[in-house]
Design a protein around this ligand. Structure first.
Ligand SMILES: *Cc1c(COP(=O)(O)O)cnc(C)c1O
Length: 397
């Protein structure tokens, strides 16, 4: 069993704060500060450009990819890090469409994160080849997988409610119909066990600044099933995905396997911080994380429902059907969340009325859950949120 007191001690959490927003931005791993400082002084500072070889910067996207792969059930050598998640969505869907000649529909759902849908809309417009993005209700996805569909693009865990798709079942169904799958694991990686290989998924993407704690702006990752990696067209064909970047060949030839999904120069400073964050994952297993996350979310739901009749559970009641977050609906949810943040309980708000709380066992324990729930019920009972200053909308909610 994981020593969660030991993992909590690996984070620099500000005093007086109960941080329930690690699903949006993970907190600072203590070791990241020294790791980034060392990288800057000893590698960038001392080695200058020779750091690409000497310090192994060029190999970091696949090294980190393999470490993340271990948390999402990916085969070795099937994950690479780089760019942002929105970019990786574009790359994955473009590559997937290439494999499904003749079909013209990308299927997704209304539970998807808007950026994923925007990226696909933009892509389809550029292709200008009669493609259609079909967006259905989450519950209608299974029935909408037909032989008309080229690509099924879904986010496994709904960012607002935490509702989970049955990834294994939908992937199998898609495969049986000749549909290529693209799974977004933004709220899955580091939150719940994922078995990409076991699901026979085709592509997956995700980010490293949420549950993986890589820091603001940490790079995204992309997975390509090994059975496709040697034949897939990377779509974003940058020089570092070329077979021999330093041959400066004027003709593009894709690199071996997952290397071809690299685009340009990797963010070495951000990757140093991500490497430090990933060390903490060596202290635990995804099954321990999941068991603990269920305990914590169940406890929070019970405490809130006992004391806050104003709040309505927006997440599935069955913990096996939701990710590692719990959301409640409340008409004045924005103001209520601002009042909570002022009291040190940091969650977030998602329009129109969702108050979202993330539970991250690496650094949140039962005491934190009890304290947070007590503050939520106090704010609700005293209507402390009902003040003009809590109703001013900020840029990031
Ligand atoms: C967080 C999130 C994003 C964000 O994309 P970025 O390019 O990293 O800003 C995209 N999709 C989903 C499903 C997300 O949860």
């Amino acid at each position: 069993m994981t020593d969660f007191a030991a993992t909590k001690a690996m984070f620099d959490l500000p005093a007086g704060v109960l941080y329930l927003d690690g699903n949006s931005l993970g907190p600072l791993p203590k070791a990241a500060v020294a790791r980034v400082g060392d990288m800057m002084r000893q590698e960038w500072g001392e080695m200058l450009i020779t750091g690409w070889n000497k310090a192994g910067w060029m190999g970091m996207p696949t090294n980190l990819g393999d470490r993340i792969g271990g948390l999402i059930g990916a085969e070795p050598g099937s994950v690479v890090v780089g760019d942002t998640l929105s970019i990786k969505v574009y790359q994955a869907v473009a590559s997937a469409l290439d494999l499904s000649k003749g079909r013209r529909v990308v299927l997704s759902d209304t539970g998807n994160f808007p950026s994923d849908l925007y990226m696909v809309e933009g892509l389809l417009r550029s292709l200008n080849a009669g493609y259609e993005l079909r967006v259905v209700e989450p519950a209608a996805v299974a029935d909408s997988i037909t032989d008309e569909i080229a690509v099924l693009m879904l986010t496994e865990v709904d960012y607002r409610t935490g509702r989970m798709h049955d990834m294994k079942k939908l992937s199998q169904q898609a495969r049986a119909q000749g549909v290529i799958t693209v799974w977004d694991l933004a709220h899955s990686a580091g939150a719940i066990p994922v078995d990409l290989a076991g699901c026979n998924a085709d592509f997956a993407v995700g980010c490293t600044y949420k549950y993986l704690n890589g820091g603001p702006g940490a790079p995204a990752f992309i997975y390509v099933a090994p059975r496709l990696a040697a034949s897939v067209r990377p779509a974003l064909s940058g020089w570092l995905g070329h077979e021999t970047p330093f041959a400066f060949d004027l003709n593009y030839r894709p690199g071996a396997g997952i290397e071809r999904m690299r685009v340009g120069t990797p963010p070495v400073i951000q990757m140093a911080s991500l490497a430090a964050a990933l060390d903490i994952w060596d202290m635990t297993t995804m099954s321990d994380i999941r068991a603990r996350s269920i305990e914590l979310t169940e406890m929070f739901v019970a405490l809130i429902e006992e004391t806050c009749p104003q709040l309505t559970l927006a997440s599935p009641r069955d913990p096996h059907k939701r990710g590692s977050q719990v959301s409640f609906r409340f008409e004045d949810g924005y103001a209520a969340m601002q009042a909570l943040i002022a009291r040190g309980v940091i969650g977030d708000f998602r329009a129109p009325d969702i108050m979202r709380f993330g539970f991250t066992p690496l650094y949140i324990d039962e005491d934190d859950v009890r304290q947070a729930a007590a503050i939520v019920s106090e704010i609700m009972q005293t209507r402390a949120w009902d003040r003009p200053e809590f109703k001013i909308r900020q840029k990031v909610t």
